[in-house]
Design a protein around this ligand. Structure first.
Ligand SMILES: Cc1ncc(COP(=O)(O)O)c(C=O)c1O
Length: 373
């Protein structure tokens, strides 16, 4: 099976992990975290060009902690797309606030800023755009809406490490940015995440939130949890950072091969391919196609799966159609999101990760040739 994503681990990562085991230093409850956590944070800091990085144990924890640090609480509303992984909305619910779902753009599947404006009310406290598939959201417009309405911006950059908007890394343009290092991501620590910010006060708060709200020992000052990243995970992250540029370059090469091979189907108006606008660079976390016909999407998906290629629909269903969210009057109401529903029925993501070979890509292209006309 060619999975949709796969971590690329090597001897360097193994050695880093063995070093942690040899030193018998698996974790640290210190305010600034353990030795490897700090080293991993420093590498991320210089890569992203941001003042502060707080490593945590998942992307979900990162978003939850970011919202807590902003004081998001019951009665507040947070605007976010429904077309994302459910963790984005779950993190809002975990604070007691209400997730309010916003539609997406049909061309790149990121949050539709005109719908953001329509959904702002007196309870709205924050916008939570998602850089889905590694496609950066329209950050200038989002930040300007946030400024005009005194809202905070938390970027869900869980899928977008390495993507650029106006030459800037995603995650550093809002008040806070959140990354995931889950095993499927462009850079992995197994499970893991990070919050980034340039705000000194939020940074100090987040250090506490990561560690039960404590500063020195048992002096809990604010509400916090155990969100610490284990040292073994940070060690894997350090090794992954050394080859991040190479991994991103390989994704780009694979994306180009897919793009060139599928172009003719776009010319026949059977599908649309992912395009990088002039001011955005994708990290090619996923290569996502929009089919004209739902039936052709499903036909190609099934044919690829038969060929053992892990083509996947992200997200089926979108959050507001999941049982938990659609059955809760408080959470979903009767939201109708036309582009979200369209995307749910028409998109398909293909593997583009560094471990697929040119032969695998040719197999994908052949499956299109044999099944799509
Ligand atoms: C868009 C998005 N948000 C949030 C998350 C949550 O990250 P994690 O799985 O590390 O908790 C993920 C990844 O799984 C994601 O893709």
């Amino acid at each position: 099976m060619i999975p949709i994503n796969k971590p690329w681990l090597d001897d360097d990562a193994k050695q880093e992990v063995l070093n942690v085991l040899d030193e018998n230093a698996l974790t640290s409850p210190a305010k600034n975290g353990g030795k490897r956590v700090q080293a991993f944070e420093n590498l991320l800091k210089s890569y992203l060009k941001v003042k502060h990085v707080i490593a945590v144990n998942s992307g979900t924890s990162a978003i939850h902690a970011a919202l807590l640090s902003l004081g998001i609480k019951p009665g507040d509303e947070v605007l976010l797309p429904s077309f994302t992984f459910v963790a984005t909305a779950n993190s809002v619910v975990a604070t007691g606030a209400k997730p309010v779902f916003v539609d997406i753009n049909k061309n790149d599947y990121t949050i539709d800023v005109s719908d953001v404006v329509k959904k702002i009310n007196k309870n709205t406290k924050a916008i939570l755009p998602v850089h889905l598939y590694g496609h950066p959201s329209d950050m200038d417009e989002i930040n300007s809406i946030a400024k005009d309405n005194s809202l905070k911006v938390v970027e869900d950059s869980c899928q977008s490490l390495g993507s650029l908007y106006d030459q800037k890394q995603t995650g550093i343009m809002g008040n806070l940015g959140c990354f995931s290092f889950y095993a499927s991501k462009v850079l992995t620590t197994g499970e893991g995440g990070a919050i980034v910010t340039s705000d000194d006060d939020l940074y100090e708060k987040l250090l506490m939130i990561r560690n039960h709200g404590m500063v020195n020992g048992y002096d809990t000052e604010i509400f916090g949890l155990n969100l610490r990243l284990p040292e073994v995970s940070a060690a894997i992250g350090i090794a992954q950072m050394r080859k991040l540029d190479k991994m991103l370059e390989m994704r780009k090469t694979n994306a180009k091969l897919l793009f060139d091979g599928l172009k003719k189907f776009e010319q026949k108006c059977l599908l649309t391919l992912p395009y990088e606008p002039e001011n955005k660079k994708f990290n090619w976390y996923l290569f996502t196609i929009g089919f004209k016909e739902n039936s052709q999407r499903d036909l190609i998906k099934n044919a690829l799966i038969k060929e053992e290629i892990g083509a996947t629909v992200y997200y089926d269903p979108p959050i507001h159609k999941t049982p938990y969210y659609s059955h809760s009057n408080d959470l979903n109401s009767d939201t109708f999101l036309s582009n979200t529903v369209w995307a749910w029925n028409h998109v398909l993501s293909l593997p583009v990760h560094p471990l697929i070979t040119e032969a695998d890509i040719n197999k994908i292209l052949k499956t299109f040739e044999n099944n799509l006309q």
